[in-house]
Design a protein around this ligand. Structure first.
Ligand code: COA
Length: 157
């Protein structure tokens, strides 16, 4: 049985995150989240990168940035063989909890319009579709903007 642990990503994880991101998130698009770009985001002070590990295997990852008014999920991916085990939910919840600790009550993200399963996943987690951006992904595909207001969450706890 696999035991998944969540923990902070290290700089050495950047290439594996970038390669998984290319395969899971950017398939059929130009590869924009290269190891260099992933590492660049991880180096930013107002960012967080958390990975899910199964022993030494990378099962999933989330990269987020924390701004003045909201947190932004830049990348989220779960390897195919680890899906539907609640790992994606745990990673998003981690970002939501750290956002609230930082006094941020809005979490935003963009998702490929064609990614029905991801849109369904986020909707299930309480995210609302707020906008559509034409050609957001290299002019090849639209993005759906989604967000979640965490205020209701913080008062219900
Ligand atoms: C979307 C994604 C992150 C979900 O990760 P996951 O770990 O499998 O999701 P979870 O197991 O936490 O699912 C939580 C709930 O979301 C919904 N959900 C998840 N995957 C779904 C799918 N393929 N179809 C429909 N609903 C889905 C379900 O309601 C699920 O609860 P349930 O399993 O009890 O029914 C994963 O499928 C993925 O990496 N997709 C490719 C990359 C991507 O699109 N990333 C997001 C944009 S950056």
């Amino acid at each position: 049985m696999s035991t998944i642990t969540l923990g902070p990503a290290r700089m050495g994880d950047a290439p594996a995150i970038a390669h998984l991101s290319r395969d899971l998130i950017e398939a059929e698009l130009p590869w924009s989240w290269t190891p260099r770009r992933v590492a660049g985001l991880m180096r930013q002070r107002e960012s967080a990168a958390v990975i899910a590990r199964d022993q030494n295997r990378l099962a999933g990852f989330i990269l987020a940035q924390y701004g003045d008014e909201s947190a932004h999920i830049a990348l989220l991916g779960i390897a195919n063989e680890y899906r539907r085990q609640g790992i994606g939910r745990r990673l998003v919840q981690w970002v939501e909890e750290t956002a609230m600790v930082a006094g941020l009550f809005l979490v935003r993200l963009e998702v490929r319009a064609s990614k029905r399963e991801a849109r369904h996943f986020y909707a299930r987690l309480g995210y609302r579709e707020t906008d559509r951006v034409d050609g957001y992904y290299s002019g090849l595909e639209d993005a759906i903007k989604m967000s979640r207001d965490l205020r209701a969450l913080s008062t219900s706890k």
